[in-house]
Design a protein around this ligand. Sequence first.
Ligand code: P6P
Length: 336
Amino acid sequence: MNVDRKIQTLDEFTIQQLRDFPGATGELSHLLRNIGLAAKRVNVEVNKAGLVDILGDHGTINVQGEEVKKMDIFANDQFTGVLRHGIACAGIASEELDDFVAFDDPKSVNSKYVCLFDPLDGSSNIDVNVSIGTIFAVYRRVTPVGTVTKLEDYLQPGNQQVAAGYIVYGSSTMLVYATRRGVNGFTLDPSIGEFTLSHPDIKCPESGKIYSVNHGNFFQYPEKVRDYITVCQHKNKSNGGPYTQRYIGSMVADVHRNLIKGGIFMYPGTTDKPKGKLRLMYECNPFAFIMTIAGGRATNGEIPLLDVQPTELHQRSPFFVGSSSMMDELETYLNK
Ligand code: P6P
């Protein structure tokens, strides 16, 4: 057996990263491992979601005598629980909770990070077996360590993120996270129950041929966006195409594909929803951070997405993210 083949688990990787920062306390590594643990627990439930009817529908008591929760709430409880009982997180904000949750136990108030997450994005896709995901962002708190967190700890611009990532529960389950040192992907190995490094140092291709947008809203988009989408449709061999349109309506799956293969993902504002549908703090900002570290770019249509100063925890934002040269072309239309 080739004993030299080194499969690095998420735990080993985060600890190795620690070695490169002698001054590091290990709290961020600990927080990321907590997220990996919660992700494994959510993965088990997501994988058997199709059996819920057999195991008892949401809100009922299943054959094991356990209360069956909505999957979103179950996922929210898993991520909130591991972070609350860890030693690295002082509080959380979640798409599933109206307000942030300041952890007030002695260990948590002395932690320096806060975490914002969408615990199970696209969960309506579970019923049709389409990939779904968890999205998270990590910030250093701005209020003094030793006190309970306040709203300003959570309303920071995306350029203040210390780390961001996602888990995609798909044909395989992957955890991808970025720090300022790079983007790395870990695939869950069910045989050992560990996330193992499978995509080291992910870079988004400088260009691509995939554009992702909901064409059903086409005539509700601003004219400049419609013009760019039409350009995408007219691409051919002579001008960098042909492009292909890929959109499965699950953000984590759509953006993950474009990160790996190159492409652009758009959720513009519409006449019905001028701010779009996606949430700034725990959907747009994490992906903007990841894509930027991987060499791509993200905008809200006016300024770099990461520079937006948030005013509300659950505010929405128009969102454009992808390969740098495709973003260049998009912005020539947006800036007209
Ligand atoms: P639409 C899923 O509900 C979600 O929040 C994202 O995962 C996805 O990108 C978007 O909504 C799809 O929205 O309006 O195109 O169905």
